[in-house]
Design a protein around this ligand. Structure first.
Ligand SMILES: *Cc1c(COP(=O)(O)O)cnc(C)c1O
Length: 376
């Protein structure tokens, strides 16, 4: 049995008519850039998250960047984040003219290790961006306690954590702003590119609304240098349809994760993801850690199982960030995880048979590694 890593076709087919109707409605109204469909989705998404405001933007990278700009981050500043993330988190910092300062991750949760946070704070630190990697909210209690002691704002990178909970509160509502990507493969995905920032701060909301629209609060009167960071009307309309299915999709992901956990339990070589009691993980990615990951990945592919790696190179070791001068060994946990992470197929429409097949094949692949080791 072949198992794809992701199956967006299976995800969209049951709601195809609603999606087509949403696109049609936008064509009827000529509301393509921002406009009423985006405004409606903003209201719905803010309400879903339990935030006062949502600001629809072009993508998740815009969400992070405009959050930082609205908080006043600029040249000469430092912003703390983790090296175990998608490149965009650091890019947003760099595009403000600021310098990313990395803090290693916790080896169990794969999110910012709060024990290492305080020593990374300097007089130039202007923001902290914890990343809710794979769909698990970072240890926000500890991060917020340290941040507030130092008076530093917190921007949540919730681009993988739509609907995830910590102490019953939604990802993105814990910090000063929460940033979301609606890239098609995310837990809530558009039919193209889109993103949003949520916040309870009216001033930040207004500033981001102006920044995303060329710095104009009134048409053709520009109070600041902004950017074109608006959300498409079509994406807003589509996201209103898809938001209705988010909780259902997340609970299916969680059920698949429970099955994987049960089926893979007790295999010494496989490290399973954890879900702290305070959290509800939404498994945007179900990542295990295995020895000789690249060989396991290839063996799985040979057996028709598509796995992924999120991410093979931690951000501080990316060529683009060589100028930071952070060599190998700088962040040992992130580096080790990058060499061991293996993302198994995870999407709501997976069948129990597919989940069983993936788990069975993974156990076979990992066991055959040991045989090779013995022979060598
Ligand atoms: C997807 C993602 C982003 C960027 O979102 P885009 O919509 O692709 O710009 C940022 N951070 C993380 C952790 C992501 O997974």
């Amino acid at each position: 049995m072949k198992v794809p890593f992701l199956d967006l076709k299976a995800h969209h087919e049951p709601i195809r008519e609603q999606l087509e109707a949403a696109v049609s409605a936008v064509i009827d109204c000529n509301a393509y850039a921002g406009g009423p469909f985006v405004a409606r989705f903003e209201e719905e998404f803010a309400a879903y998250c339990g935030a006062r405001y949502a600001v629809g933007v072009g993508n998740g990278t815009d969400a992070l960047w405009l959050s930082l700009l609205a908080l006043g981050v600029g040249p000469g500043d430092e912003v703390i984040t983790v090296p175990s993330t998608f490149m965009a988190t650091a890019e947003a910092i760099t595009y403000c003219g600021a310098r990313p300062v990395f803090v290693d991750i916790d080896p169990r949760t794969y999110t910012l290790d709060p024990n290492l946070l305080e020593r990374a704070i300097t007089s130039k630190t202007r923001a902290i961006i914890p990343v809710h990697l794979f769909g698990l909210v970072a240890d926000m209690d500890a991060v917020l306690a340290i941040a507030s002691r130092h008076g530093i704002p917190v921007v949540e990178d919730a681009c993988q954590a739509h609907g995830a909970l910590r102490h019953g509160r939604k990802a993105g509502t814990l910090g000063d702003t929460g940033c979301f990507s609606f890239y098609p493969g995310k837990n809530l995905g558009a039919l193209g590119e889109a993103g949003a920032v949520i916040t309870n701060d009216a001033q930040l909301k207004t500033k981001m609304q102006v920044l995303r629209d060329h710095g104009q609060a009134k048409k053709y009167f520009h109070s600041m240098i902004g950017w074109n960071g608006r959300m498409d009307g079509i994406q807003g309309a589509v996201l209103s349809v898809k938001l209705k299915g988010l909780d259902g999709s997340n609970s299916r992901r969680r059920a698949h994760a429970r099955s994987y956990n049960e089926l893979l339990a007790g295999v010494d070589e496989i490290v399973l993801p954890v879900e702290p009691a305070s959290c509800q993980h939404v498994y945007h990615v179900y990542a295990v850690r295995v020895p000789e990951r690249d060989r396991v990945l290839a063996a799985m592919a040979e057996r028709g199982i598509s796995c992924g790696i999120h991410y093979p190179v931690p951000v501080h070791l990316q060529e683009a960030y060589r100028f930071l001068g952070l060599g190998e060994g700088s962040f040992p946990v992130a580096e080790r995880c990058a060499s061991e992470f293996l993302s198994l197929p995870m999407f709501p429409e997976l069948t129990p048979e597919q989940v069983e097949t993936v788990a069975r094949e993974l156990k076979v692949c990992v066991a055959s590694l040991n045989v090779h080791e013995c022979v060598a």
